[in-house]
Design a protein around this ligand. Structure first.
Ligand code: SF4
Length: 321
């Protein structure tokens, strides 16, 4: 959970998650929908799917115990070189270097590695430095210390150099380049993407949801049917739903910020009497907003469905389907 997300945000998610999944076998036995349900709003959903798949592999291939070899750990979904090294260094003091975002920043500043994030050669140099700095003894203490240094003192903006135990030898401090290091990859300009989503509400108050593909944003979560154009959304309403003469009703647009782009959702509400044909099992469901199923939903869809549940979205006009 802490990859890409701060502790304060993670804490309530972590507590709810551990309450429901107190051990690896419980997690492995759960439906992925429930795992995603408890992850909803935390973002980067591949982490949740990987954690669930890793739990399954740990139970199936390692007797329910986290493997103790670097190679077996690094084969688990979601565990890369740095995480595998950190697990072994912290749990059993084995000498493996790590290079998470915090450690990368400390090393790049201390040694003055300009392209530590920008190029493969820069990353390779940081891995070498991390290996050289990792001591033979007290590996767990060192590993925890350098991660904490990056999280508390050598922070991204306004590092607290005056309180830093490495200040005397730090290249960035000596040359006043703390804010240039590590140089980041040139970020592409933030795009805006506009989509239309159909809010198909049936007579029992249930809304049609579709499961999103595993790749791409909100992978594996349940979402309103999404279309690039309003005409595609209208065609779906005409052909896939039993609507009589009901006209879709535009609702206020919803914006959602991703790291690399802004999504603008234009919802179209339509009252209907269900689907026009049998829908593919496992790919679609009717979601009762008053008795919601435990499934993973993207945050803006949850907010939209909560508006429906509160009744702040209009009822079906009299005389329409
Ligand atoms: S002296 Fe400043 S820039 Fe250098 S490692 Fe410490 S906090 Fe980071």
């Amino acid at each position: 959970m802490l990859q890409q997300t701060q502790v304060a945000t993670v804490r309530p998610y972590y507590e709810r998650f551990l309450q429901r999944f107190p051990d690896v076998r419980t997690l492995a036995a759960a439906a992925v929908d429930e795992v995603l349900h408890l992850w909803s709003g935390l973002g980067y959903y591949a982490r949740a799917r990987n954690l669930h798949r890793a739990a399954g592999l740990i139970c199936a291939e390692h007797g329910g115990e986290l493997p103790r070899s670097f190679a077996a750990l690094a084969r688990l979904p979601g565990i890369g070189r740095s995480t595998a090294g950190a697990i072994l260094a912290l749990s059993s003091g084995e000498r493996f270097p790590i290079l998470d975002g915090n450690v990368r920043r400390v090393l790049a500043r201390y040694f003055g590695v300009v392209d530590g994030r920008a190029t493969g050669a820069g990353a390779q140099r940081l891995w070498e430095l991390s290996g050289r700095c990792t001591p033979v003894r007290r590996v767990a203490d060192y590993t925890q210390a350098i991660m904490d240094l990056g999280a508390t003192l050598c922070v991204r903006s306004r590092p607290l150099c005056a309180a830093c135990p490495l200040a005397a030898g730090c290249c960035a401090r000596r040359t006043g380049r703390q804010h240039e290091l590590p140089a980041s990859r040139s970020a592409p300009a933030r795009r805006t993407r506009s989509v239309f989503m159909v809010v198909a509400l049936d007579e029992s108050g249930s809304v049609l949801l579709e499961r999103r593909p595993e790749s791409g944003v909100w992978g594996g979560l349940w979402c309103l049917p999404e279309f690039d154009t309003v005409s595609a959304a209208r065609a779906f309403i005409r052909h896939a739903l039993v609507t009589g003469a009901a006209e879709p009703q535009p609702l206020g647009a919803v914006e959602h910020a991703f790291t690399h782009f802004k999504l603008i959702i234009s919802p179209l509400l339509v009252h209907c009497a269900g689907a026009a044909a049998v829908m593919e099992a496992g790919a679609c469901l009717w979601y009762n907003v008053r008795a919601p199923a435990r499934i993973g939903l993207p945050a803006p869809i949850t907010a939209l469905l909560e508006r429906l549940e509160r009744g702040s979205i209009p009822d079906a006009p009299v005389g329409r389907a």
